[in-house]
Design a protein around this ligand. Structure first.
Ligand code: HEC
Ligand code: HEC
Length: 203
């Protein structure tokens, strides 16, 4: 291994320290997690702020959730023209390293405006009736495979909840069933309310 590459290898190993035991003799994924993350930044943003309103925040998302979704895109359980082709080329080790990498970043504050008082009330009513906190945790900050939804992109939340509701997103039948019990028109205020929750705020 040439000197420059060895140096880069060591830096990468420090970033993904927990993977050191599994490292093959020639550095592969650990060597390129930063390079791979650069590819992700093209859409998910250099500083964690996605370039597009329908692209989700992944900085600070739960590690196991990220890992699950990358796997879902790779094997076709979840379909999206942009993400599916990205995930196709990732190995298991790449996905693990990327999930660790992004979960350790700080969730960006997108400063999304709260919806009208009526919409906030309608949203809270649904969140309490269905007990979304039961899984997404007290401040909707997520836990292991249950994603953080507080402060997520408004339009992405609306899109993905609609996808669950119509069955287009098939990754978890529980979410499809729950959102079928919610009126279609209620999804917009719900998305806007969740999007407006600031990181760390108690609700
Ligand atoms: C060409 C744009 C693009 C690139 C590059 C890209 N993504 Fe995505 N990603 C998206 C879009 C759009 C979605 C939302 C898909 C949907 O609506 O189902 C998404 C969804 C995701 C999700 C699911 C998040 C959630 O909340 O469910 C994860 C995790 C993810 N991307 C990780 C990555 C990683 C890691 C990389 C780099 C290896 C990457 N993405 C590269 C566009 C991109
Ligand atoms: C029984 C547990 C449970 C309950 C209750 C629940 N969720 Fe979920 N939710 C999940 C899990 C697990 C996922 C991840 C599914 C997957 O792997 O794709 C998820 C995913 C989501 C996502 C996708 C986030 C993203 O980044 O793509 C949204 C949005 C969401 N839930 C909103 C809600 C709302 C709103 C409620 C209440 C109406 C709710 N959930 C109730 C377990 C739950």
């Amino acid at each position: 291994m040439i000197k420059g590459a060895a140096c880069k290898f060591l830096t990468s190993v420090m970033v993904v320290g927990s993977f050191i035991v599994a490292l093959p003799s020639t550095a592969t994924f650990a060597d390129n997690v930063d390079d791979l993350a650069q590819v992700c930044a093209g859409c998910h943003g250099e500083k964690g702020v996605p370039i597009d309103k329908t692209t989700p925040v992944i900085w600070g998302q739960k590690r196991d959730y990220i890992l699950n979704q990358l796997y879902n895109f790779k094997v076709g359980h979840r379909k999206n023209d942009l993400m599916s082709s990205v995930a196709e080329g990732l190995s298991k080790e790449d996905m693990e390293a990327l999930a660790t990498h992004f979960s350790k970043k700080q969730w960006p504050d997108l400063k999304q405006q709260a919806p009208s008082a009526d919409d906030q009330k309608a949203a809270r009513e649904i969140l309490n009736t269905v007990n979304c906190r039961g899984c997404h945790q007290a401040n909707y900050e997520g836990d292991t495979v249950r994603p953080r939804i507080a402060g997520q992109q408004d339009e992405y939340l609306l899109k993905t909840m609609t996808d669950f509701r119509t069955g287009e997103r098939k990754t978890y039948i529980g979410m499809t069933a729950l959102l079928k019990s919610v009126h279609e028109e209620a999804l917009k205020p719900l998305a806007a309310y969740l999007a407006s929750l600031q990181p760390g705020a108690t609700r």
